[in-house]
Ligand binder design. Structure first.
Ligand code: GDP
Length: 323
């Protein structure tokens, strides 16, 4: 048994890296219904008249067993007839929306326009797809990420997809964060008396986790919560497994390493999980005042996701007992 069946858990997550760990956690927790995956909505945008929430969708598809494992985003067995037809009409095709994937955006947009919250819509769609864990947006208020680049400020998806992360990054803004309120699902999970751990998934710290931390009250709630806060490194051997994390670090003058990730979360976390490839950094990370766990963190196979999840939960339980 890796965890107490009674404990609840929170995972803070972006898209791809976060969803891999969330899937492993769902597999190994005795009761996946006690896992709340708090999801970044800084990537959300309005496109072709539809509200698109890439990280919520990656998590939803992954936990529902519908994800395209090759691309890491979108649905398996997807087709692109809509995109092709749109292109022929001169419409915008830089952001691919598959034929099946369109359904979630259309249905979400319809319900949001009818006045429902993003939390309610997400929870209903997840229930429809048979997902046991609770996937909750960090906030029901918009907090769009703006990437400050050498080419000027870019809306997140313009930077990420349209420009393919090419422009050099100078910084990030989380627009509207000051006025945003954490979602009630997030607040309830944080306040749960049986909270066993908060797990910061191996997601991009700048564009996936920082937007969650920018929501007022979240940093304080994490600092005040009695459960251990454990982060898993998204950097292995000085490189990101996927995506622009290492590129963004280098462009901002930070050498990409597990240590730099641990330093980024200093003051927030009690424990840090890094890969065996980076074992040499363990002592330096421990010197920042956090407990350290070294294990295999590459999650390609399902068994690897499960093994890392077991290691993270066991580490969290030890940290919890030591407090
Ligand atoms: P995005 O929102 O889709 O960009 O996804 P995330 O922010 O959740 O994840 C991106 C990060 O996940 C990158 O920094 C990757 O290095 C990291 N990542 C992806 N797969 C793995 C993995 O198998 N193991 C670890 N440790 N990190 C991973």
């Amino acid at each position: 048994m890796t965890s107490s069946a009674d404990a609840s858990y929170i995972a803070l997550s972006g898209g791809v890296g976060g969803a891999k760990l969330a899937l492993g956690l769902c597999d190994v927790l005795e009761n996946p219904g006690r896992l709340t995956v708090v999801t970044n909505t800084g990537d959300d945008f309005e496109h072709l008249g539809l509200k698109v929430c890439p990280d919520l969708d990656t998590l939803t598809y992954t936990l529902a067993g519908l994800a395209n494992l090759e691309t890491g985003w979108g649905r398996a067995g997807e087709s692109g007839a809509f995109m092709e037809a749109l292109g022929a009409l001169g419409g915008e095709t830089w952001f691919f929306l598959g034929d099946k994937d369109l359904a979630i955006h259309v249905e979400r947009t319809r319900r949001l326009r009818a006045g429902e919250s993003l939390s309610t819509v997400t929870s209903d769609l997840c229930a429809r797809l048979g997902i046991e864990a609770r996937i909750v947006p960090m906030s029901d208020d918009p907090v769009p990420t703006v990437v400050e680049t050498e080419d000027g400020p870019l809306a997140f998806q313009h930077y990420f997809v349209r420009e393919r992360c090419r422009p050099k990054v100078l910084g990030f803004r989380h627009e509207g964060a000051e006025q945003a309120r954490a979602s009630s699902g997030f607040l309830d999970a944080l306040a749960a008396p049986d909270l066993g751990a908060v797990i910061v998934c191996p997601s991009n710290p700048y564009i996936s986790i920082d937007p969650i931390l920018a929501v007022p009250g979240v940093r304080d709630a994490l600092a005040a919560c009695e459960a251990p806060v454990i982060a898993v490194s998204p950097i292995i051997g000085g490189e990101a497994v996927k995506g622009p994390t290492a590129k963004m670090m280098a462009e901002r003058g930070i050498a990409p390493s597990a240590l730099a990730i641990a330093e980024h979360y200093a003051g927030l976390i009690d424990g840090f999980v890094l890969d065996e490839a980076d074992r040499a950094e363990a002592a330096g990370i421990a010197a920042t005042g956090v407990a350290v766990e070294v294990t295999a963190t590459m999650m390609t196979a399902r068994e690897e996701k499960q093994a890392l999840s077991r290691a993270v939960l066991a580490f969290a339980n030890r940290r919890g007992a030591a407090r």
